[in-house]
Design a binder for this molecule. Structure first.
Ligand code: PMT
Length: 223
């Protein structure tokens, strides 16, 4: 039984992938299962928080007692997050948001031909960067980073650029880390510290992230 030490907190979490439509039958997406974001939502609920989960399309059962808002695209997620972020004390962005979307969504199925074809892509808004820019006083923001090389350097740059209090960096190339697994291998990153952690379950990591956010709020450093 966890001590309910987040009982006065509103925690906002994103999870899962976004899907960016090409035409009525096809989309561009990624391998996120939602497990990491849902595990954080479950941990926050157990700690007594008022939890809102903004979830891309996943096959996971809903978390009991958590207000879940389903979204499909990065633009949908952005609209919901701009609204919900205003009410949150802690924000954790575990979703794998598509960086680009097709410039046009064809209204009918694109027909197969023998020719090469190309899809023009336009950048999606960076939701975490927007939240970092509009961070309210006393709000604690935790981002994630998915890196395949120069993890420490890239993650710390991302933490600073997106104005996060904490960033959780996972390396796609490490066994037991990242997409779809029940475990993760991460580095806790702040603007001036890095802490490498051993493999743990996504649920254990959920509790650790929330505890660390509370410590940051109380003015303690990461080490
Ligand atoms: O869902 P699982 O299968 O359990 O996998 C978990 C996970 C690997 C998806 C998760 O641990 C994770 O790393 N999520 C972030 C993946 C990602 O999109 O990383 P990134 O380095 O591209 O993005 C950095 C941060 O910016 C993330 O917090 C992301 O939510 C955010 N972002 C990215 C792009 C964008 N347009 N808007 C954003 O807000």
């Amino acid at each position: 039984q966890q001590e309910k030490n987040l009982s006065n907190k509103k925690v906002l979490i994103t999870a899962g992938p976004t899907q960016e439509a090409i035409d009525p039958v096809r989309f561009i997406s990624n391998h996120s299962s939602g497990k990491q974001g849902y595990a954080i939502a479950k941990a926050a609920k157990e700690l007594g928080a008022d939890v809102t989960l903004v979830s891309g399309p996943v096959s996971l059962p809903p978390v009991d007692g958590v207000h879940t808002i389903p979204v499909t695209t990065a633009l949908d997620m952005f609209e919901v997050m701009k609204e919900e972020a205003q009410k949150a004390d802690y924000i954790v962005m575990a979703a794998a948001v598509a960086d680009y979307r097709p410039a046009k969504v064809a209204s009918d199925k694109i027909k197969k031909t023998k020719e090469e074809t190309q899809i023009e892509m336009v950048p999606n808004p960076d939701i975490l960067a927007w939240i970092g820019q509009h961070k309210q006083e006393n709000q604690i923001v935790c981002g994630f980073a998915m890196e395949t090389k120069d993890l420490d350097k890239n993650a710390q740059e991302k933490c600073i650029r997106k104005n996060c209090d904490l960033l959780i960096a996972n390396n796609l190339k490490v066994e037991g880390a990242g997409f779809q697994t029940d475990t993760n291998v991460v580095t806790l990153v702040s603007k001036n510290t890095l802490k490498h952690l051993p493999k743990c379950t996504k649920e254990e990591l959920g509790f650790l992230i929330l505890r660390t956010m509370k410590e940051i709020e109380e003015g303690k450093s990461l080490c």
